[in-house]
Design a protein around this ligand. Sequence first.
Ligand SMILES: [Zn+2]
Length: 415
Amino acid sequence: MSLVRKFIVSLLRLKEIFVVDYEFKVKDRALHLWVRPYKSGCRCPQCERRCTILHRCSSPRMWRDLPLCGWSVFFWYHPKEVLCPTHGRIQEMIPWADPYARITYRFEYALLLYSQMMTQKAASRLLHISPSTLSDLLHQSINRLRDGHRIRGLTSIGVDEISYCKGRKYATIVYDLDRSCVVWVGKGKGRETIDLFFQKYLSPYQREHILFAACDMSEAYIGAIKEHCPDATLVLDRFHIVKAINTALDEVRKEQWREASAKERKILKGLRWLLFRHSSHRSKKDTRVLKALYKGNRRIYRAWVLKDEFEQFWDYDAPWAAQRFLKRWTTSALRSRLQPMRKLASTLREHSANIISFIDTHLTNAVAEGLNRIIKIVKNRASGFRTLEAFTDMIFLTVGDVDIPAQIPARFRAI
Ligand SMILES: [Zn+2]
């Protein structure tokens, strides 16, 4: 072996690969290596047995390897067709890449790892490929590595919706709340979407073994969970209830703001975040403002009192006490003559059993909310996704139930 070849082999750490020839294309800053599998010769990709060579393919194939100091690296080889006693005519095993892949394992590993950490644009620059190629390769890789994976051991699920494509389209996400990961992503947020998950992706046995389910107050999700997992304890998510109360409170505020005169608006200015604030974060100044509000605008104040009272609900230990509280609260909300609050109160009353089940289980979608935050970061980093496939890829890559980069053979993971 010539000195240069030896140097290339040790520099690129080509342990199982024999370099036949090399060529530096200075103009393209590319290093082309003609290689062949070292030692292992021609083996069957399925059983790794040594096989008889039938013939070699007519045209050579090219694989892209990790770039080296600004140089793109390519492997060239004529794969051979072999005859395995068990598997018949088959293309020989390629030790550096998956069969039919156009990239080497370590390139694939870098692709997955970089895409987890940075924008696809940045990753594509580091890997010397175009962003669209990167997105295609990523899709192929993730599909291949997740292929045949089944959902397992699901006992607590969380169901939530998320928007993509500049907030115009929705997807439904199902979380495993025990292992804090995403197990499924589906298009749309309606009943048919969530039905599809239960019917197609879970066996009857798995549906029976779901003990807890958390979701928001969407009729579609509640209906589907009640139908497919009748034995599961359904808990309406705490965060969504708090959010709904805050939204109702904000509606009252907006209504008053619209009707207020210029003088009255002075009192109502800058009130929004103060009204949402949890009592534990309230400062003395906030209390003063709220006292002034009592005199200034009784309707907003009443709505705020209702919101503030509801905080107690989450501290109850006994379901019967919580139930009594909820009944009293909804009664006073219904009598409040505040339309948004009344509407909310009747919804809460309708689902009271599923709200009270929180007291026993203390199950929330908090895990899901945490994962949602990561998903939002990914979404913003990519400034939105045009297709759900691209979005799903990134969700599974960052917070999915399979550690995708770890599926690459270990010896190729040192990059
Ligand atoms: Zn074989």
